[in-house]
Design a protein around this ligand. Structure first.
Ligand SMILES: [Fe+2]
Length: 368
Protein backbone atom coordinates (compact mmCIF):
# COMPACT_ATOMS: atom_id res chain seq x y z
CA UNK A 1 0.00 0.00 0.00
CA UNK A 2 2.80 2.42 0.96
CA UNK A 3 4.69 1.53 -2.22
CA UNK A 4 1.58 2.06 -4.31
CA UNK A 5 0.99 5.46 -2.63
CA UNK A 6 4.58 6.47 -3.31
CA UNK A 7 4.25 5.41 -6.96
CA UNK A 8 1.02 7.38 -7.33
CA UNK A 9 2.49 10.44 -5.64
CA UNK A 10 5.47 10.39 -7.98
CA UNK A 11 3.25 9.92 -11.03
CA UNK A 12 1.06 12.82 -9.91
CA UNK A 13 4.07 15.02 -9.30
CA UNK A 14 5.40 14.28 -12.81
CA UNK A 15 2.00 15.04 -14.38
CA UNK A 16 1.79 18.27 -12.37
CA UNK A 17 5.22 19.36 -13.66
CA UNK A 18 4.15 18.46 -17.20
CA UNK A 19 0.96 20.53 -16.89
CA UNK A 20 2.85 23.46 -15.36
CA UNK A 21 5.26 23.44 -18.28
CA UNK A 22 2.44 23.31 -20.85
CA UNK A 23 0.65 26.16 -19.07
CA UNK A 24 3.84 28.22 -18.93
CA UNK A 25 4.51 27.62 -22.62
CA UNK A 26 0.96 28.40 -23.72
CA UNK A 27 1.23 31.78 -22.01
CA UNK A 28 4.39 32.62 -23.91
CA UNK A 29 3.34 31.62 -27.42
CA UNK A 30 2.22 34.43 -29.69
CA UNK A 31 0.63 34.09 -33.10
CA UNK A 32 2.53 36.90 -34.76
CA UNK A 33 5.96 35.61 -33.78
CA UNK A 34 8.35 33.97 -36.19
CA UNK A 35 8.25 30.14 -35.93
CA UNK A 36 11.95 30.33 -34.95
CA UNK A 37 11.08 32.34 -31.81
CA UNK A 38 8.35 29.87 -31.00
CA UNK A 39 10.65 26.82 -31.34
CA UNK A 40 13.52 28.45 -29.44
CA UNK A 41 11.18 29.40 -26.59
CA UNK A 42 9.79 25.89 -26.40
CA UNK A 43 13.24 24.25 -26.42
CA UNK A 44 14.50 26.59 -23.69
CA UNK A 45 11.58 25.65 -21.44
CA UNK A 46 11.88 21.94 -22.21
CA UNK A 47 15.66 21.62 -21.84
CA UNK A 48 15.76 21.73 -18.00
CA UNK A 49 13.05 19.02 -17.85
CA UNK A 50 14.69 16.44 -20.11
CA UNK A 51 18.23 15.24 -19.59
CA UNK A 52 19.61 14.92 -23.11
CA UNK A 53 22.73 15.81 -25.02
CA UNK A 54 20.57 17.42 -27.69
CA UNK A 55 16.97 18.58 -27.94
CA UNK A 56 15.84 19.42 -31.42
CA UNK A 57 12.83 20.56 -33.43
CA UNK A 58 12.89 19.73 -37.13
CA UNK A 59 10.22 21.65 -39.12
CA UNK A 60 9.20 20.15 -42.47
CA UNK A 61 8.95 22.21 -45.62
CA UNK A 62 5.42 23.19 -46.61
CA UNK A 63 4.86 24.36 -50.19
CA UNK A 64 1.38 25.72 -49.57
CA UNK A 65 2.19 28.19 -46.80
CA UNK A 66 5.75 28.82 -48.01
CA UNK A 67 7.29 27.45 -44.77
CA UNK A 68 10.84 26.25 -45.42
CA UNK A 69 12.57 23.32 -43.81
CA UNK A 70 14.36 24.43 -40.61
CA UNK A 71 16.05 22.88 -37.60
CA UNK A 72 16.29 24.35 -34.08
CA UNK A 73 18.31 22.78 -31.29
CA UNK A 74 19.76 23.18 -27.82
CA UNK A 75 22.77 21.37 -26.41
CA UNK A 76 25.31 19.44 -28.45
CA UNK A 77 25.29 20.29 -32.15
CA UNK A 78 24.73 17.60 -34.77
CA UNK A 79 24.89 18.04 -38.50
CA UNK A 80 21.56 18.08 -40.38
CA UNK A 81 22.80 14.98 -42.25
CA UNK A 82 23.26 13.13 -38.95
CA UNK A 83 19.75 14.10 -37.83
CA UNK A 84 18.14 13.12 -41.16
CA UNK A 85 20.00 9.80 -41.12
CA UNK A 86 18.91 9.18 -37.52
CA UNK A 87 15.24 9.96 -38.31
CA UNK A 88 15.35 7.66 -41.34
CA UNK A 89 16.88 4.84 -39.28
CA UNK A 90 14.42 5.26 -36.39
CA UNK A 91 11.35 5.50 -38.64
CA UNK A 92 12.49 2.71 -40.91
CA UNK A 93 13.14 0.52 -37.89
CA UNK A 94 9.63 1.18 -36.57
CA UNK A 95 8.05 1.45 -40.01
CA UNK A 96 5.83 4.36 -38.87
CA UNK A 97 6.40 8.10 -39.05
CA UNK A 98 3.15 8.97 -37.24
CA UNK A 99 3.86 7.59 -33.80
CA UNK A 100 6.30 8.69 -31.10
CA UNK A 101 9.28 6.35 -31.10
CA UNK A 102 11.73 5.72 -28.28
CA UNK A 103 14.89 3.93 -29.28
CA UNK A 104 17.11 2.87 -26.41
CA UNK A 105 18.72 -0.20 -27.89
CA UNK A 106 18.79 0.44 -31.60
CA UNK A 107 22.08 2.12 -32.24
CA UNK A 108 22.61 4.85 -34.81
CA UNK A 109 26.32 5.29 -35.17
CA UNK A 110 28.34 8.19 -36.40
CA UNK A 111 31.98 8.97 -35.74
CA UNK A 112 31.09 10.35 -32.28
CA UNK A 113 29.56 7.12 -31.03
CA UNK A 114 26.19 5.42 -30.52
CA UNK A 115 23.15 7.34 -29.30
CA UNK A 116 19.70 6.87 -27.78
CA UNK A 117 16.72 8.65 -29.36
CA UNK A 118 13.17 9.79 -28.80
CA UNK A 119 11.50 10.96 -32.01
CA UNK A 120 8.04 12.50 -31.66
CA UNK A 121 6.11 13.62 -34.75
CA UNK A 122 4.52 17.07 -34.69
CA UNK A 123 1.08 16.90 -36.28
CA UNK A 124 -1.40 19.61 -37.18
CA UNK A 125 -4.61 19.18 -39.17
CA UNK A 126 -3.68 15.59 -40.11
CA UNK A 127 -0.42 16.76 -41.58
CA UNK A 128 3.12 15.94 -40.45
CA UNK A 129 4.64 19.38 -39.69
CA UNK A 130 7.93 18.17 -38.26
CA UNK A 131 9.48 16.24 -35.40
CA UNK A 132 10.75 16.84 -31.90
CA UNK A 133 13.88 14.81 -31.12
CA UNK A 134 15.86 14.10 -27.96
CA UNK A 135 19.31 12.54 -28.25
CA UNK A 136 21.26 11.00 -25.38
CA UNK A 137 24.63 9.24 -25.28
CA UNK A 138 24.38 5.46 -25.30
CA UNK A 139 26.42 5.24 -22.10
CA UNK A 140 23.79 7.36 -20.22
CA UNK A 141 20.67 5.78 -18.75
CA UNK A 142 17.80 4.83 -21.02
CA UNK A 143 15.06 7.29 -21.96
CA UNK A 144 11.77 6.58 -20.17
CA UNK A 145 8.07 7.30 -20.57
CA UNK A 146 8.37 10.50 -18.51
CA UNK A 147 10.53 12.15 -21.18
CA UNK A 148 8.46 10.68 -24.03
CA UNK A 149 5.14 11.85 -22.49
CA UNK A 150 6.50 15.35 -21.93
CA UNK A 151 7.66 15.55 -25.53
CA UNK A 152 4.33 14.20 -26.81
CA UNK A 153 2.35 16.84 -24.88
CA UNK A 154 4.56 19.71 -26.00
CA UNK A 155 4.60 18.43 -29.61
CA UNK A 156 0.81 18.34 -29.62
CA UNK A 157 0.68 21.92 -28.39
CA UNK A 158 3.35 22.99 -30.86
CA UNK A 159 1.40 21.35 -33.72
CA UNK A 160 -1.79 23.26 -32.90
CA UNK A 161 0.14 26.48 -32.50
CA UNK A 162 2.08 26.05 -35.76
CA UNK A 163 -1.17 25.51 -37.67
CA UNK A 164 -2.73 28.60 -36.06
CA UNK A 165 0.40 30.56 -36.79
CA UNK A 166 0.43 29.50 -40.46
CA UNK A 167 -3.21 30.48 -40.85
CA UNK A 168 -2.60 33.78 -39.11
CA UNK A 169 0.37 34.50 -41.39
CA UNK A 170 -1.65 33.55 -44.50
CA UNK A 171 -4.37 35.99 -43.42
CA UNK A 172 -1.79 38.67 -42.69
CA UNK A 173 -0.24 38.08 -46.10
CA UNK A 174 -3.65 38.33 -47.78
CA UNK A 175 -4.43 41.54 -45.89
CA UNK A 176 -1.12 43.13 -46.90
CA UNK A 177 -1.81 42.06 -50.51
CA UNK A 178 -5.21 43.75 -50.29
CA UNK A 179 -3.65 47.00 -49.07
CA UNK A 180 -1.12 46.86 -51.92
CA UNK A 181 -3.90 46.21 -54.47
CA UNK A 182 -5.96 49.16 -53.21
CA UNK A 183 -2.90 51.43 -53.43
CA UNK A 184 -2.15 50.17 -56.97
CA UNK A 185 -5.77 50.78 -58.00
CA UNK A 186 -5.41 54.41 -56.89
CA UNK A 187 -2.02 54.77 -58.60
CA UNK A 188 -3.54 53.44 -61.85
CA UNK A 189 -6.35 56.00 -61.66
CA UNK A 190 -4.36 58.98 -60.43
CA UNK A 191 -1.23 58.70 -62.55
CA UNK A 192 -0.18 62.30 -61.73
CA UNK A 193 0.53 61.41 -58.13
CA UNK A 194 1.86 57.87 -58.68
CA UNK A 195 4.01 56.75 -55.75
CA UNK A 196 2.66 59.56 -53.52
CA UNK A 197 0.98 57.15 -51.07
CA UNK A 198 4.13 55.09 -50.49
CA UNK A 199 6.27 58.20 -49.97
CA UNK A 200 3.73 59.67 -47.54
CA UNK A 201 3.63 56.35 -45.68
CA UNK A 202 7.44 56.21 -45.41
CA UNK A 203 7.80 59.85 -44.33
CA UNK A 204 4.95 59.47 -41.79
CA UNK A 205 6.79 56.49 -40.31
CA UNK A 206 9.98 58.58 -40.01
CA UNK A 207 8.09 61.38 -38.25
CA UNK A 208 6.03 59.07 -36.02
CA UNK A 209 9.16 57.21 -34.90
CA UNK A 210 10.87 60.49 -33.98
CA UNK A 211 7.71 61.63 -32.17
CA UNK A 212 7.88 58.52 -29.97
CA UNK A 213 5.02 56.45 -31.43
CA UNK A 214 5.15 52.83 -30.24
CA UNK A 215 5.50 49.87 -32.62
CA UNK A 216 1.74 49.49 -33.13
CA UNK A 217 1.37 53.22 -33.73
CA UNK A 218 4.12 53.20 -36.36
CA UNK A 219 2.55 50.20 -38.12
CA UNK A 220 -0.84 51.93 -38.02
CA UNK A 221 0.50 55.14 -39.52
CA UNK A 222 2.26 53.22 -42.30
CA UNK A 223 -1.05 51.65 -43.30
CA UNK A 224 -2.85 54.99 -42.99
CA UNK A 225 -0.20 56.60 -45.21
CA UNK A 226 -0.64 54.01 -47.94
CA UNK A 227 -4.43 54.33 -47.92
CA UNK A 228 -4.99 57.98 -46.92
CA UNK A 229 -6.11 59.08 -50.41
CA UNK A 230 -8.01 55.90 -51.31
CA UNK A 231 -11.24 57.94 -51.50
CA UNK A 232 -9.90 59.53 -54.71
CA UNK A 233 -11.02 56.30 -56.40
CA UNK A 234 -14.52 57.77 -56.08
CA UNK A 235 -13.62 61.12 -57.68
CA UNK A 236 -14.29 61.58 -61.41
CA UNK A 237 -11.21 61.13 -63.65
CA UNK A 238 -11.89 64.43 -65.42
CA UNK A 239 -11.53 66.24 -62.09
CA UNK A 240 -8.82 64.09 -60.52
CA UNK A 241 -6.54 64.17 -63.55
CA UNK A 242 -7.19 67.76 -64.61
CA UNK A 243 -3.91 69.61 -65.09
CA UNK A 244 -3.81 73.12 -63.70
CA UNK A 245 -6.33 75.05 -61.67
CA UNK A 246 -9.60 73.49 -60.49
CA UNK A 247 -12.92 75.33 -60.48
CA UNK A 248 -14.70 75.81 -57.16
CA UNK A 249 -17.11 73.00 -57.97
CA UNK A 250 -14.26 70.66 -58.97
CA UNK A 251 -12.39 71.46 -55.78
CA UNK A 252 -15.55 70.63 -53.79
CA UNK A 253 -15.53 67.19 -55.49
CA UNK A 254 -11.88 66.62 -54.59
CA UNK A 255 -12.65 67.63 -51.00
CA UNK A 256 -14.98 64.66 -50.72
CA UNK A 257 -12.10 62.16 -50.89
CA UNK A 258 -11.34 61.88 -47.12
CA UNK A 259 -15.00 61.04 -46.41
CA UNK A 260 -15.19 58.70 -49.43
CA UNK A 261 -12.04 56.93 -48.16
CA UNK A 262 -13.59 56.66 -44.71
CA UNK A 263 -16.75 55.13 -46.22
CA UNK A 264 -14.76 52.67 -48.38
CA UNK A 265 -12.68 51.39 -45.45
CA UNK A 266 -15.08 51.53 -42.52
CA UNK A 267 -16.72 48.16 -43.25
CA UNK A 268 -13.46 46.23 -42.95
CA UNK A 269 -12.55 45.66 -39.29
CA UNK A 270 -8.70 45.78 -39.57
CA UNK A 271 -8.99 49.19 -41.26
CA UNK A 272 -10.99 50.75 -38.43
CA UNK A 273 -7.86 51.87 -36.60
CA UNK A 274 -6.81 54.04 -39.56
CA UNK A 275 -10.21 55.66 -40.15
CA UNK A 276 -9.41 58.81 -38.06
CA UNK A 277 -6.23 59.44 -40.07
CA UNK A 278 -7.94 58.84 -43.41
CA UNK A 279 -10.91 61.09 -42.62
CA UNK A 280 -8.98 63.95 -41.05
CA UNK A 281 -5.69 64.22 -42.97
CA UNK A 282 -6.87 67.51 -44.56
CA UNK A 283 -7.94 69.18 -41.33
CA UNK A 284 -6.07 72.38 -40.46
CA UNK A 285 -4.79 73.24 -36.95
CA UNK A 286 -6.75 76.55 -37.02
CA UNK A 287 -10.02 74.81 -37.96
CA UNK A 288 -10.13 75.89 -41.62
CA UNK A 289 -9.52 72.38 -43.00
CA UNK A 290 -11.97 69.74 -44.21
CA UNK A 291 -14.16 67.67 -43.96
CA UNK A 292 -15.12 68.46 -40.33
CA UNK A 293 -13.25 71.68 -39.54
CA UNK A 294 -11.62 70.17 -36.45
CA UNK A 295 -9.36 72.48 -34.42
CA UNK A 296 -5.98 71.83 -32.80
CA UNK A 297 -5.71 68.79 -30.60
CA UNK A 298 -9.21 67.66 -31.65
CA UNK A 299 -7.52 66.51 -34.84
CA UNK A 300 -6.49 62.86 -34.31
CA UNK A 301 -2.73 62.55 -33.72
CA UNK A 302 -2.19 60.20 -36.68
CA UNK A 303 -3.91 62.73 -38.96
CA UNK A 304 -1.65 65.53 -37.64
CA UNK A 305 1.43 63.52 -38.67
CA UNK A 306 -0.04 62.43 -41.98
CA UNK A 307 -0.99 66.03 -42.86
CA UNK A 308 2.64 67.16 -42.57
CA UNK A 309 4.00 64.20 -44.59
CA UNK A 310 1.25 64.64 -47.20
CA UNK A 311 1.89 68.38 -47.61
CA UNK A 312 5.67 67.84 -47.79
CA UNK A 313 5.34 65.29 -50.59
CA UNK A 314 2.76 67.36 -52.47
CA UNK A 315 5.09 70.40 -52.36
CA UNK A 316 8.33 68.62 -53.31
CA UNK A 317 7.08 66.20 -55.98
CA UNK A 318 7.18 67.03 -59.66
CA UNK A 319 3.85 66.99 -61.51
CA UNK A 320 3.44 66.89 -65.32
CA UNK A 321 2.25 70.52 -65.19
CA UNK A 322 4.74 71.88 -62.60
CA UNK A 323 8.04 71.11 -60.93
CA UNK A 324 8.42 70.37 -57.24
CA UNK A 325 9.32 73.31 -55.01
CA UNK A 326 12.90 73.80 -53.81
CA UNK A 327 13.45 72.74 -50.21
CA UNK A 328 14.14 76.23 -48.87
CA UNK A 329 10.72 77.40 -50.05
CA UNK A 330 9.08 74.30 -48.54
CA UNK A 331 10.83 74.98 -45.23
CA UNK A 332 9.59 78.60 -45.27
CA UNK A 333 5.99 77.45 -45.90
CA UNK A 334 6.16 75.00 -43.00
CA UNK A 335 7.65 77.67 -40.72
CA UNK A 336 4.75 79.98 -41.62
CA UNK A 337 2.12 77.28 -41.11
CA UNK A 338 3.59 75.88 -37.89
CA UNK A 339 0.82 75.98 -35.26
CA UNK A 340 -1.55 77.49 -37.81
CA UNK A 341 -2.08 74.86 -40.49
CA UNK A 342 -0.09 72.00 -38.97
CA UNK A 343 0.72 70.75 -35.45
CA UNK A 344 3.80 72.71 -34.31
CA UNK A 345 5.66 69.74 -32.82
CA UNK A 346 5.23 67.63 -35.97
CA UNK A 347 6.55 70.46 -38.15
CA UNK A 348 9.45 70.93 -35.70
CA UNK A 349 10.43 67.28 -36.02
CA UNK A 350 10.40 67.53 -39.81
CA UNK A 351 12.41 70.77 -39.88
CA UNK A 352 14.94 69.39 -37.40
CA UNK A 353 15.81 66.55 -39.79
CA UNK A 354 17.35 68.07 -42.93
CA UNK A 355 18.67 64.63 -43.90
CA UNK A 356 15.10 63.28 -43.94
CA UNK A 357 13.86 66.24 -45.99
CA UNK A 358 16.71 65.78 -48.48
CA UNK A 359 16.05 62.07 -48.74
CA UNK A 360 12.33 62.54 -49.34
CA UNK A 361 12.48 65.40 -51.79
CA UNK A 362 13.74 65.10 -55.33
CA UNK A 363 15.26 68.55 -55.31
CA UNK A 364 18.11 70.08 -53.36
CA UNK A 365 17.58 73.50 -51.70
CA UNK A 366 18.54 76.32 -54.04
CA UNK A 367 20.86 77.93 -51.52
CA UNK A 368 22.94 74.86 -50.79
FE1 LIG B 1 -5.62 63.61 -49.43
Amino acid sequence: MADEMERLTEALSIKFEELSLIHQLSEQLKLDEDPATLCDCLLNELAPCITANTLLIDIERDEESGVRSRMFSTGQLHSPDFIRHAIECVEHYHNDSHQAVMVNNHVVVDESGPWRFIVVPIHGQNQLLGRMIAIREYKSEEFGTVEADLMKSTSMMLGVHLVNQRQFMALQHMFEGMIGSLASALDAKDTYTSGHSTRVADLSVELATRLGFDEDGVARIRMAGILHDIGKIGVQDSVLCKPGRLTEDEFEQIKQHPVLGYEILKGIRPFRKILPAVRHHHESWDGTGYPDGLVGTNIPRDAQVLAVADAFDAMTSDRPYRSGMPLDKVVAIFQGGRGQQWAADVVDVLLSCPEVMHAYSKREPTDS
